[in-house]
Design a protein around this ligand. Structure first.
Ligand code: BES
Ligand code: MN
Ligand code: ZN
Length: 512
């Protein structure tokens, strides 16, 4: 795990393995960003022209490594592109700082300690730099290269470990607000990185029972109440959706409740996560080419888990209950068939027309169960539909819900937290496509607007008069492409920042 400090020393005096500075794009070529004055001085004020000679432009995410001149205590200078300074007052947005710090940290895998001398005008800037750097300093190496050799590398394997220590320069280390921001950034990013680990863990090791054990251990560590319903209790409770999806697997399903309470809380939030530890499609089997990354289908549950633990670590004055609907969707002689009718926890019956539309089945039971406790609001998070990926691409999640102002609030909170999202409607006319001749509803409807159809299905299982939002993170949860900014390949930790920010706002009484 990476350590974080707010450094009191200047960029020239800091003893590290590398100093990170910012470089921005301008009409006259690259310009050195504020925070790098001492480093620029060591280059006789010529850092910008040195960078230009090397072909640097200051474009977003661009990374240039230089040997440090004498006068610096660190041997390497890394200049990271901030893009164009956007604001009218020439300030860098929190997200551009976050991304630049992340790109720099990624380029420093194999280094031990780095100082980040990026522009800090306010505490939010230091927080963004810390977050980006800590999220960039992530690698999933658990299954590679044997033991570590103590040099930041796994012995002879070429597998490089991320930075062990990050020092953020330019802040006020003794200021209460800066200290709190650093603590928050560390807790948040450690939990995001843990969610990423869970998503990246192969499905032969992460299945409902082992996932539940991880949650139980973490819950215990942080003094939270954890309740795990196994197959027996699920059967007794009548959780037909979760049981139906899980019945084809050797690994039985679980419903995990993880509750954080604050003695002075005035509000309670419920977070519900889709936790399909592997989605083969079931009897409606996915074709090759569509199942290789389906270990990511529990990313919603991982995000919920991470958010509840973060809320606890930050001691937020709000109650947050996480519901993790865990199952493995597999085909077998015992698997649910297309044509089967399931009786859900709510009592409603569902005709399963496509066993690959399994997420809505496990979520439905969890939503009904969460509703019984009458929380002030429910947010579910799910890698639910390919249709949402077609609609919004790989970096943006869709937000649906039964309350427009809540949906809007979540969109704004996500934006501020640095997560791309977009509000989506739940058009009532799409409901009739799920009419079933046999049951109360079918688990599939029209193909067009498939993400919204799934949202309409879920809505039927949310309790009366409870504000509810549904985040379809099928696009951003897992990065199949190359890494960028603070986003690694593989699991991304999508939606954790949004859920945590929502809990913080609720604790502060900002939401009705
Ligand atoms: N887990 C998938 C959705 C998904 C697709 C997640 C791509 C991440 C990336 C989900 O269970 C699924 O299979 N959905 C079907 C629903 C359809 C059968 C109604 C889909 O989107 O095709
Ligand atoms: Mn599926
Ligand atoms: Zn799925």
């Amino acid at each position: 795990m990476t350590a974080l400090t707010l450094s009191t020393s200047g960029a020239a005096a800091l003893r590290a393995d590398a100093i990170v500075v910012g470089v921005a794009k301008s009409a006259k070529g690259p310009v050195v960003a504020p925070g790098a004055e001492a480093v620029d001085k060591a280059f006789d004020g010529k850092l910008a022209s040195v960078l230009e000679t090397l072909g640097a432009t200051g474009g977003e995410g661009e990374v240039t490594k230089l040997p440090a001149p004498s006068g610096l205590k660190s041997p390497v200078v890394l200049a990271v592109g901030l893009g164009t300074a956007l604001d009218k007052d020439d300030a860098y947005s929190a997200e551009s700082l976050r991304r630049a710090a992340g790109a720099a940290a990624r380029a420093l895998h194999g280094f031990k300690k780095a100082g980040f001398a990026l522009p800090v005008e306010a505490v939010e800037d230091a927080a963004a730099i810390a977050e980006g750097a800590l999220l960039g300093a992530y690698a999933f190496t658990a299954y590679q290269g044997g033991e570590k050799d103590g040099k930041g590398e796994k012995s002879g394997s070429g597998v490089k470990e991320p930075l062990a220590e990050i020092a953020v320069l330019g802040g006020k280390p003794r200021d209460k607000a800066f200290k709190a921001a650093a603590e928050r950034a560390l807790a948040l990013t450690e939990e995001i990185n843990r969610a990423r680990d869970l998503v990246n863990t192969p499905p032969n090791d992460l299945y409902p029972e082992s996932f539940a054990a991880v949650v139980a251990a973490a819950g215990k560590e942080h003094g939270l109440k954890v309740q795990v319903l196994d197959e027996k209790s699920l059967t007794k409770g009548g959780y037909g959706g979760i049981l139906g999806v899980g019945q084809g697997s050797e690994h039985g399903p679980r419903l995990v409740k993880l509750a954080y309470t604050h003695p002075k809380a005035e509000k309670t939030l419920a977070f519900v996560g889709k936790g399909i530890t592997y989605d083969s499609g079931g009897i409606s089997l996915k074709p090759a080419g569509h199942n290789e990354t389906m270990k990511c289908d529990m990313a919603g549950a991982a995000a919920v888990f991470a958010a509840v633990i973060t809320a606890a670590r930050l001691g937020l004055r709000v109650n947050v209950t996480g519901w993790l609907a865990l199952a493995e969707n597999m085909p077998s002689g015992g698997a649910v068939r297309p044509g089967d009718v399931l009786r859900m926890y709510s009592g409603k019956t569902v005709e399963v027309l496509n066993t690959d539309a399994e997420g809505r089945l496990v979520l439905a039971d969890a939503l009904t169960r969460a509703s019984e406790e009458r929380p002030d609001a429910i947010v579910d998070v799910a890698t639910l539909t390919g249709a949402m990926v077609l609609a919004l691409g790989n970096r943006t999640f869709g937000i649906m819900g039964n309350d427009e102002s809540f949906r809007t609030a979540i969109h704004e909170i996500a934006e501020e937290a640095g997560e791309q999202s977009w509000p989506m409607p739940l058009p009532a006319e799409l409901r009739k496509g799920m009419d079933s001749p046999t049951a109360d509803i079918a688990n599939m409807g029209e193909r067009m607007g498939g993400g919204l159809v799934a949202g309409l299905f879920l809505q039927e299982f949310v309790g009366e008069d409870i504000a509810w939002a549904h985040l379809d993170i099928a696009g951003p949860a897992f990065n199949d492409g190359g890494p960028f900014g603070y986003t690694p390949k593989g699991g991304t930790g999508s939606a954790v920042r949004t859920l945590v920010a929502l809990a913080e706002r609720t604790a502060a009484g900002d939401l009705g």
